[in-house]
Design a protein around this ligand. Structure first.
Ligand code: ADP
Ligand code: MG
Length: 347
């Protein structure tokens, strides 16, 4: 592969990678995917790809040699890998940020340290289980690392059930279950000097997996602006470069609590592909490549439905209406609860 044209290296080959590749193509940027999974839809669209372990130094060296900049579509790329790569070539967003955001304890501690509210939480390794106050229940226990789509999470109604439970992994946090009014998220893209963000998406989860997102969110303009300001503060404090998504709980008292931060493009932002003049994927490519960012303009109202597991089969044979956009991620293996595609309706 020639290095003459600018080539963006992307770790991860899932649907987020696939949409990033498509956006890069529009900007005449070549892409090179590095993934550890054979079932990676992005590789069919990128200019080049490697399928190997994230620890394979030889392959990593080849990848580094053939790209001009590296980003990722998935935050659980081992930090060691990102650190190895950044010693030789720029990685955006910075791996030191990922180290914080890969770990729920570090993430929430960081947020609280800059004055941003989260749920009440405790680090389970540090405290004596028995000393936990009853007031934290009902609660959720989450692994500090490697959780997504509700993986690594257990609910507890009361302390009695919690004390009886045997945990498999070692590092957990316990957090209070929030009786929230709704969930929203803000997607923000930042280059070296400037950031742009989308208005809030309103999100509905089922079994801790995103079921649907819609815009505009049914919240006040004031709350929307507050959420955008919080996302901006986080991005600025981290000197972030790229696209990031901040997930919030809106409490019954209209208070905003940050649930978590995804240091990447996010499922709730898929509808930007059809509802806005510039998608979250376009914005991410612009941000990491330090191109001029476009302030996103919403053209339509929209709702996006995730398609999980076997449901994809129904959609594959269904006709879509003129205001519907069906995306089949093209994953070879259908698994229960696996994100297989999505449908966006615009109005
Ligand atoms: P993941 O990394 O799996 O997305 P999250 O922490 O975002 O993990 O949890 C997934 C979903 O589970 C949330 O979007 C929310 O619907 C629900 N959830 C998680 N934590 C809480 C909480 N403390 N109170 C109420 N609901 C929660
Ligand atoms: Mg989440």
């Amino acid at each position: 592969m020639s290095k003459k044209t600018f080539t963006l290296g992307i770790f991860g080959g899932g649907q987020l990678g696939k949409f990033l590749v498509k956006s890069a193509k529009k900007l005449n940027i070549k892409t090179f995917i590095y993934t550890d999974s054979i079932d990676s839809p992005a590789i069919y669209y990128s200019d080049d790809f490697i399928i190997s372990s994230y620890e394979d130094k030889k392959k990593l060296d080849f990848f580094i040699k053939n790209v001009d900049l590296v980003t990722f579509e998935f935050e659980n790329i081992p930090f060691k890998t990102l650190d190895y790569v950044q010693k030789k070539i720029k990685v955006s967003p910075k791996p030191s940020i990922i180290k914080i955001l890969q770990d729920r304890l570090k993430e929430k501690t960081f947020l609280n340290s800059i004055g941003i509210k989260t749920t009440e939480f405790y680090y389970l390794k540090k405290i004596n289980k028995k000393s936990l106050s009853n007031n934290i229940f009902p609660a959720i226990v989450k692994t500090t690392r490697l959780g997504y789509d509700g993986k690594g999470q257990v609910f507890f109604k009361n302390k009695k059930d919690f004390l009886k439970y045997t945990f498999k992994s070692k590092e957990y946090i316990i957090e209070k279950l929030i009786d929230f009014k709704k969930e929203i998220s803000i997607t923000i893209s930042k280059n070296k000097t400037k950031s742009v963000s989308y208005d809030a998406f309103e999100n509905l989860h089922k079994n801790q997996i995103l079921q649907k997102s819609h815009i505009p969110a049914n919240i006040s303009a004031k709350l929307n602006n507050q959420a955008k300001e919080i996302a901006k503060k986080i991005a600025n404090k981290l000197n972030y470069i790229g696209t990031m998504c901040v997930e919030f709980f809106v409490t019954k008292k209209n208070e905003l609590l940050v649930n978590e931060i995804a240091p990447r493009v996010h499922n709730s932002g898929h509808l930007t592909m059809n509802a806005h003049d510039v998608s979250q994927f376009d914005s991410h490519i612009r941000a990491v490549c330090n191109l001029k960012l476009k302030k996103p303009k919403r053209i339509h109202k929209a709702i996006m439905y995730n398609i999980l597991g076997d449901d994809i089969k129904k959609y594959r044979s269904k006709e879509t209406m003129s205001n519907e956009f069906f995306y089949d991620y093209g994953k070879k293996v259908i698994k229960d609860k696996r994100k297989m595609g999505h449908l966006t309706k615009i109005f």
